[in-house]
Design a protein around this ligand. Sequence first.
Ligand code: SF4
Length: 306
Amino acid sequence: MKFIHVEHKNIKELVINWHITEVCNYDCKYCFAKWGRPKELHRSLEEIEKLLDYLASYFIKGNSTLKSELGYETVRLNLAGGEPMMLGSTFFIVLMLAKQKGFKTSIITNGHYLVNSRLDFPKNVLDMVGISFDSQDLSTREKIGRVDRKGNSLSAEDLKIALEGLIETQKGIKTKINTVVNSLNNEEDFSSLICELKPYKWKVLQVMPYGADDLLISKEKFNQFVVRHSGLGLPLFSESNSTMTESYLMIDPLGRFYQNSVSSIGYKYSDSINQCGVESALAQIAFNPKTFLSRYRQIDIDVIES
Ligand code: SF4
């Protein structure tokens, strides 16, 4: 008889992924960040601060069984969307407050407002950034939908400027580029660009079947893309559809926990965390630390919006 030893593994960092807004200046065909009509929580600074206080006292300062079961040392608040930087100064306030309350911080952004904003990014409020970049070719970005109403779209040069700006203002920041491989960009060569930009990670993801079917590619085509960019010393990390897992707690724009429903298609939502508190909201989505741990791999930002 064979015994399988299952080691109890702890996680170093707990990631709370707050989809702070559904609004976005781009219109990517594969985007799944589409919620119903929002009464988004970020409209009230008081509500933002209340939510961050609740999260900090439960996950950072508190001694919950969850904390001891997961064994994490730090908690990172990841702001995603939609496009979180659409919130302008509110976005910066959230980052500053999160830092004050002891969170590590990260964002997933399409990068547009890193190069097109009148507001200066406050210093040292960001520990990690993930910028989505799918093509060096404008017409491909247009076809994917990575373009705003005026036709603006983040170019390779913009991406470079955005990264340089953050490296200058955010001490020790880890930079990441996310590329969603789809039918329009799977033949493109990113090697010299990534080699020049030297991100901490280049995350390559196979497009998910959320939006337009004409963007989908087979696993073989995705693998060909990965193989073509392998062995060149690039910081390439790939995830195909079948290997993507959830490994973070998720909060929606209304300030509710949500997660994939086990029994049915779609999501299961808690009540507003600000109304019922963290513990009872977690219980409402039947959050189970053991299942969470079994899905967990030590990764950083693992969402593909923006
Ligand atoms: S994928 Fe990102 S950039 Fe594109 S529409 Fe969705 S949130 Fe906006």
